[in-house]
Ligand binder design. Structure first.
Ligand SMILES: *[C@@H]1O[C@H](CO)[C@@H](O)[C@H](O)[C@H]1NC(C)=O
Length: 388
């Protein structure tokens, strides 16, 4: 066929048409997928959502450059820490089902007790027992010899699906959270997408073996810490970006009060350093009304779209600026350590002059020398002299 004399094919219009049809077909398919998908997110309580983050006075936004990491290769996703000052080590739960302990003087990591689940929160009891909030197995205790025992896995017939944070009072009472009675650890993100309060804050009495619901209907109840004064326990609610106090003694016993809100990110574990400050791990930022999660929490439609994308493995990873915030005894945020590429930060704990921190996305334990790399006013994103 003599093709050479033919005018060049006009590729413009048919291609544009094909593109339009494709886009239209994709949109129609997306609408159908959206309509058919049974996922049904709820509006979160608008009046309880935190607003703009408080202006923390001092920040260090370049933690990843400054910190070193210990236990890389032996710790895939250290979640929470319990510090044993006598033995000079920290206990931490890892993704392989092991509770490990890390000696701080030489960074050696030891596999110490196997839970077979996903150990998250850890707390040291008076006689060397370690209490473990295991996402899959419930509230556990590992004896000094490393023998693991299940203490409780349900309350009032409602099973824990995501036991998450734990601490123990001086009287031996164990306080803990079940982040969700619906979603297990591997699908925790869907709890945020759905936006219903499936979380609980509970106590366990080792003498009577009684499990007691203290505060129900929480939006992802997460980190737990007993105040050094032993009169209240703090628990954090991740999507609400706040931590509240629950009084365990005195006139206010049984009542709930605010402790800290408007955090610059979503709180996970909270730990006390024995020296006037709580340290809260923040998994991802929420530093303003324009941030992705902040908007998503307001609009169930967006969360449904995100849930569908997540199901098909297509959700863009927009998490950023995870970190650790230090809060004083009055609940004021005094220092924020973060980094753009630091995400899924689960915990921070200050030991000596170092901050130790765990993340689900970063192997090993991050260690930052707080004397060499302090938080400063100029390091804050809201500071005029911020140098990023
Ligand atoms: C670390 O501490 C342990 C136990 O206290 C000790 O046996 C070991 O020699 C120490 N290692 C270093 C490097 O100091």
């Amino acid at each position: 066929m003599p093709v050479s004399n033919n005018p060049p094919l006009s590729r413009g219009p048919p291609l544009a048409l094909a593109l339009k049809i494709t886009v239209f077909a994709l949109l129609a398919a997306a609408v159908v997928v959206y309509k058919l998908d049974p996922f049904d997110p709820a509006a979160l309580p608008a009046e309880e959502l935190s607003g703009e983050p408080a202006s923390v006075a001092a920040c260090n936004g370049r933690v990843l450059q400054a910190a070193d990491r210990i236990g890389v290769g032996e710790l895939a996703a250290a979640e929470d820490f319990a510090y044993d000052s006598e033995l000079g080590l920290v206990y931490t739960g890892d993704g392989d089902g092991w509770l490990k302990r890390v000696r701080l003087n030489d960074s050696t990591v030891e596999k110490w007790a196997f839970t077979g689940g996903r150990p998250l929160g850890v707390a040291l009891g008076a006689d060397g027992d370690v209490f473990i909030a295991d996402a899959d197995k419930g509230l556990l205790k590992a004896s000094k010899e490393g023998v693991v025992e299940v203490l409780t896995e349900e309350d009032d017939g409602v099973k824990f699906r995501l036991t998450d944070g734990v601490d123990v009072g001086e009287d031996g009472t164990v306080y803990f959270t079940d982040a969700s009675s619906k979603y297990a650890f591997h699908s925790f993100i869907f709890d945020f997408f759905e936006g219903r309060p499936y979380g609980r804050f509970l106590s366990y009495n080792p003498t009577t073996k009684e499990t007691k619901l203290l505060v129900g209907d929480l939006h992802f109840g997460n980190g737990v810490v007993v105040a050094p004064t032993q009169d209240f326990v703090i628990f954090c609610e991740t999507p609400l970006r706040r931590c509240r106090k629950y009084y365990i003694s005195g006139d206010r016993k049984g009542s709930v009060e605010k402790f800290v809100e408007n955090l610059p990110g979503t709180p996970d574990n909270i730990r006390y350093d024995g020296d006037g400050h709580y340290w809260i791990g923040l998994s991802t930022e929420m530093t303003g009304s324009s941030s992705y999660w902040h908007i998503a929490l307001k609009y169930p439609v967006l969360r449904k779209i995100m849930a569908i994308m997540e199901k098909y493995g297509q959700r863009p990873n927009l998490e950023k600026n995870g970190g650790v915030v230090a809060v004083n005894l009055e609940g004021e945020q005094v220092a924020w350590y973060y980094d753009y590429k630091w995400t899924l930060v689960t915990a921070g704990i200050k030991i000596g002059n170092h901050l130790y921190s765990g993340s689900l996305a970063l192997p090993g334990i991050l260690r930052l020398d707080l004397d060499k790399f302090p938080a400063t006013a100029a390091g804050c994103p809201w500071s005029k002299s911020h140098d990023l």
